[in-house]
Design a protein around this ligand. Structure first.
Ligand SMILES: Nc1ncnc2c1ncn2[C@@H]1O[C@H](COP(=O)(O)OS(=O)(=O)O)[C@@H](OP(=O)(O)O)[C@H]1O
Ligand SMILES: Nc1ncnc2c1ncn2[C@@H]1O[C@H](COP(=O)(O)OP(=O)(O)O)[C@@H](O)[C@H]1O
Length: 204
């Protein structure tokens, strides 16, 4: 059995540690976890923050539906179980990025609180920064970037988050951005400001 084999997996302790990689890069590594409804602005914001960090010399990577759901998670759909497995795998991948010394920006609806908490608990306390990309359903639906809300309303897509599937709002996110109220640049500055204030970028 696959699980039985686990007891014979003995990790090799390499000499180079996460802290060494962070020192080489001149900044800490962490997960910036963007959660929110479809169309709330997760991808737009994650890429805008990445651009800003990149200009500052920070080593970054964006994980989102485009590079995860078409690849490693292409076997998963949108049932509660599949979403849980989607987030679990993304959490584990994000953790590897942190170990590599990178600031990883993970942008997924991640509608269930317990799945987000699972990822939070995979890494050290200050390595998980939850960013609630807050935007009313009506606004997301009006934006309808991919035309999926229309399809969901017509019943062509089932279990669509916000329509006939739940979204559990974060209770204590580190950062909240309100994309229907503030311009993109303001949300970007809020996130960069948080990273500066908390010392993630102190050696740059
Ligand atoms: N049923 C259903 N519910 C929600 N979203 C759906 C669904 N079917 C397809 N899509 C498209 O898939 C994107 C969400 O994928 P995620 O991996 O972020 O979802 S989850 O975290 O596992 O809930 C989401 O992309 P974003 O708009 O970027 O959020 C949608 O375009
Ligand atoms: N302040 C803002 N922040 C982010 N996106 C915004 C903002 N205002 C308007 N938008 C628009 O909202 C849409 C969000 O789409 P997207 O980033 O794909 O959302 P998500 O990844 O959450 O599905 C984009 O068309 C973007 O231009």
């Amino acid at each position: 059995m696959l699980t039985e084999g686990k007891k014979f997996i003995i990790p090799h302790k390499g000499k180079i540690k996460k802290e060494d990689r962070q020192k080489l890069k001149g900044h800490k590594s962490a997960i910036l976890w963007f959660t929110g409804l479809s169309g709330s602005g997760k991808s737009t914001l994650a890429h805008a923050v990445e651009e800003k960090l990149f200009e500052m010399g920070v080593h970054t990577y964006v994980l989102d539906g485009d590079n995860v759901r078409r690849g490693i998670n292409k076997d998963l759909g949108f049932s509660e179980e599949d979403r849980k497995e989607n987030i679990r795998r993304i959490g584990e991948i994000s953790k590897l990025f942190v170990d590599a010394g990178i600031i990883v920006l993970s942008a997924f609806i991640s509608p269930y609180r317990r799945d987000r908490e699972f990822v939070r608990n995979l890494v050290e306390k200050d390595e998980f920064i939850e960013i609630y990309v807050k935007c009313p359903l009506e606004v997301c639906e009006t934006r309808d970037v991919k035309g999926l809300y229309k399809k969901a309303r017509e019943g062509l897509i089932k279990n669509f988050t916000g329509i006939d599937d739940p979204y559990e709002e974060p209770e204590n996110p580190e950062i909240v951005v309100e994309t229907d109220k503030e311009p993109l640049e303001e949300s970007v500055e809020k996130i960069i400001g948080y990273l500066r204030k908390k010392g993630y970028l102190e050696n740059l």
